[in-house]
Write a protein that binds this ligand. Structure first.
Ligand code: MTE
Ligand code: LUZ
Ligand code: MOS
Length: 763
């Protein structure tokens, strides 16, 4: 049995010694051309003449393309139309690709691209979310999620507070930048290797762009060097341009963005402006909430409406709002088009709730943790979310009791207060943050998956499914599931690259649901084959099929037994098929996007983090002294992989909230487009004392794959504890009840400014 065991990632060794093949490592086909993009120098401009004659005569150049070369539909919008592969009329941000060059070497392509002459008439541009919000400059219509009469609840509440905070964006900084290799194949068809989380979308969009049937376009993905949401929709641009050039030249074309181009051209996590108006009683119990979440979306809609929907549905985090109105504004700015990023809006929604709860506690002079407990979802009518789904199997109150003991929260709170009272320069802070994350795509249609399982006559098994391996361990988990069904060693099972010609019409690997969906589809496919095999074994043994047992690589009944490989060979001899499809659709879910109500999530996953930090009030530098995490992954399929996901997500969240800062100049040029100016966390930035515990005896009450829960995104949100602990440390310097000024990222520079602002509140 392999499910539940800490087996290592199938490619762990190859990742380390360099044998794991990524697209740019593939042997290059004969006649390969390399592409380079020509990008807009303007944040907003009406495009005039595009003169590519100098590009065409440059050495090594074979072809150039602009919007005029698109034979089919020039649109790669993921949800809304209006996102041309290459624009014909307007350039909408600095870095907007307007043409592309293909040449015999990457250097020749880059040089030729620099020779392009584009005319443009600059137009007014908007960069700031506040500005866009004032002008009602949106990429899609504002949305409202509501339950009860928030205005009345606020008016009647004994206490009322307004607050706001601003949270920055985040570059995905996957190690492998966007890349695609498109190859014309026999009969006018096209094969594309793409670094995408969504091969089906890439396939479908390329078929539209080129006017080819979907059946003539095959997208293949073996692995990604990280994605984190950045390749959920935005791989289409790179794959689309490589395909257009391949189609035009009849030659294979590779387009790989270098780091600076990747950062300049592609979208990031949405920065948000969060505002709240909250009514509460003297104990801190919330009575009504009115929130405004405004996201900086960049120039196009991309996935922003869906990101905002998830932000709204997580602006309650773990707390019951008796009456709530939560509005979302997807603001249009002339910057990169922001997109999915681990958490998909939920982290920003959670921050609104958590910052608001801290404000309430500070205002009343009460313990923030006590105020949180008071507002937890509970029974007796305190279990309905703002989107009208009832919260079931809510684990946080019990988990918090556990963490309070295991992390000595009360004692450490006292110790920190005592320390701060005597320490003018170094200040400590402590914060505990719960996370409740809704699992399922918020668009019900996406919650489906397929798999193809094949057994060969030597007993080896090949699995194919619609999911993408981006480092998260999806392939090994699915292999574990299949090995479990057949009761064979894990080494018997191989997972082959994901291809649209094996499993069609798949969903992106996203929303943390890769294993939930594809693992279940693979389980169903494997069970179909197992049933057929059991029938053959029963006949051979002369026993009823119910008595056939698969165990330890054998098939048994009473004294009869047979090796697994013997039985696969026997099935073949008996003309019984050893190949089957599996198809899974998530049960119970529905959501009405217009009213923003329904039951969008099959279940919730839960987590808790308590972070202790120290800041240096003279320099703004800080350290995470200790972090305790308790996380709910259901019945873990693979505790080692899950632990790695939790640690990695936490650190990535910490980077977002404390280190990574995107800076644009006044013309909308991204200044932080390389690691020299954009600081991401490294393994060395992990808290010195990091204690991660998986919640024990935590079977998923819903019938998910072996009762596991999704893990990919939720733990990123645990890093909000570090940010709140920094705010707590700063608050120790301020007059009681003074509002917090520290937004995110809480870099040393911003911490220092907040320290000064806090000291200024003292008489
Ligand atoms: N882990 C690694 N190593 N690399 C990644 O790119 N992406 C995250 C998460 N963990 C990512 C990762 C994101 S954004 C999601 S949605 C999930 O993995 C997707 O995979 P899953 O659904 O199989 O968990
Ligand atoms: N993508 C999506 C997602 O289309 N819908 C979602 O709910 C989601 N959630 C997380 C990440 N990607
Ligand atoms: Mo993850 S943001 O759902 O790709």
């Amino acid at each position: 049995a392999t499910v539940g065991h800490s087996v290592s990632h199938d490619s762990a060794a190859r990742h380390v010694d360099g044998r794991a093949v990524f697209i740019d490592d593939l042997p290059e086909p004969r006649d390969l051309l390399h592409a380079h993009l020509v990008t807009s120098p303007w944040a907003h401009a009406r495009l005039g003449a595009v003169d590519l004659s100098a590009c065409l005569t440059a050495p090594g150049v074979v072809a150039v393309v602009t919007a005029a070369d698109v034979p089919g539909v020039n649109d790669i919008g993921a949800i809304f139309k209006g996102e041309p592969l290459l624009p014909a009329e307007f350039a909408e941000y600095v870095g907007h690709p307007v043409a592309a060059v293909a040449a015999t070497t990457p250097e020749a392509a880059r040089h030729a691209a620099s020779l392009a002459r584009i005319d443009g008439e600059p137009l007014p541009a908007v960069f700031d979310v506040r500005n866009a919000l004032e002008k009602e400059h949106y990429v899609c219509a504002p949305m409202t999620m509501a339950r009860g009469d928030a205005a009345r609840a606020l008016a009647a509440a004994p206490f009322r507070l307004q607050g706001e905070t601003e949270i920055g964006g985040q570059d995905h900084f996957y190690l492998e930048t966007h890349v695609a290799l498109a190859t014309p194949v026999d009969g006018g068809a096209l094969h594309i290797y793409s670094s995408t989380q969504h091969p089906t979308e890439v396939q479908h969009l390329i078929s539209h762009i080129l006017g080819l049937p979907q059946a003539a376009v095959t997208v293949e993905v073996r692995r990604l060097g990280g994605a984190f949401g950045g390749k959920e929709s935005q791989a289409s641009l790179v794959a689309g341009i490589a395909s257009l050039l391949a189609w035009k030249t009849g030659r294979p074309v590779k387009l790989r963005l270098d780091r600076d181009d990747d950062m300049t051209i592609t979208g990031k996590r949405h920065g948000f402006l969060l505002r709240w108006d909250v009514g509460f009683d003297q104990e801190g119990r919330i009575l009504g909430v009115d929130m405004q979440l405004a996201a900086g979306c960049g120039w196009s809609a991309d996935l922003s409406s869906s990101v905002m929907s998830r932000a709204l549905s997580h602006a309650d985090n773990a707390y019951f709002y008796p009456a709530a109105r939560i509005r979302g504004f997807c603001c249009k700015t002339n910057l990169q088009s922001n997109t999915a990023f681990r958490g998909f809006g939920a982290p920003q929604g959670v921050i609104a709730a958590e910052a608001m709860l801290d404000d309430i506690a500070h205002h009343l002079g009460r313990d923030p943790l006590a105020v949180r407990k008071l507002n937890f979802y509970g029974t007796g009518g305190r279990d309905l979310t703002p989107y009208h789904q009832t919260v079931e199997h809510f684990r946080l109150p019990a988990m918090l009791e556990h963490l309070e003991r295991s992390a000595d929260l009360a004692e450490r709170r006292q110790a920190i207060d005592a320390f701060n009272a005597k320490s003018p320069v170094i200040r400590k802070g402590l914060a505990t943050v719960p996370v409740k994350f809704g699992v399922s795509f918020n668009n019900p249609m996406l919650n489906q998956a397929g798999a193809l399982v094949m057994a060969y006559t030597d007993g080896s098994i090949l699995v194919n499914h619609g999911g993408i391996e981006m480092g998260q361990g999806l392939y090994v988990k699915v292999a574990q599931v299949v090995a479990e069904v057949f009761q064979v060693p894990l080494s018997t099972v191989q997972v082959s690259s994901t291809r649209t010609d094996k499993v069609p019409n798949t969903s992106p690997t996203a929303a943390s649901s890769g294993t939930d969906l594809n693992g279940m589809a693979a389980q169903l496919a494997a069970e179909t084959i197992r049933e057929r095999m059991a029938g053959v074994a029963a006949e051979r043994f002369g026993v009823p099929v119910e008595e056939i047992e698969f165990k330890n690589g054998e098939i048994r009944s009473g004294n009869h037994h047979m090796e697994f490989a013997e039985l696969t060979a026997l099935c073949h001899a008996q003309r019984v098929s050893l190949s089957a499809n599996g198809y899974y659709r998530t049960p119970k879910i529905h959501f009405d996007g217009k009213t923003m109500t329904g039951h969008p999530f099959l279940y919730y996953s839960h987590g808790l983090a308590a972070a202790e930090v120290a800041i240096d009030t003279l320099t703004g530098e800080w350290k995470a002294l200790r972090v305790d995490i308790l996380h709910d992954v259901g019945r873990s399929l693979n505790p080692a992989i899950d632990r790695g996901q939790i640690e990695g997500a936490f650190l990535q969240g910490m980077g977002w909230l404390t280190m990574e800062e995107l800076v644009w100049d006044k013309e909308g040029r991204l200044l932080t487009h390389a690691p020299s100016t954009y600081k991401i966390p490294t393994a060395r930035d992990l808290p010195a004392d990091l204690r991660v515990e998986l919640l024990a005896n935590a079977d998923n009450p819903e019938a998910t794959v072996y009762r596991s829960k999704a893990v990919g995104e939720p733990p990123l949100i645990l890093a909000v504890s570090v940010w709140l602990a920094l705010r707590d440390a700063v608050a120790s310097l301020a007059a009681p009840g003074a509002p917090a000024t520290l937004g995110a990222p809480a870099t040393p520079e911003h911490i220092l400014a907040a320290v000064e602002a806090a000291r200024a509140t003292l008489p």
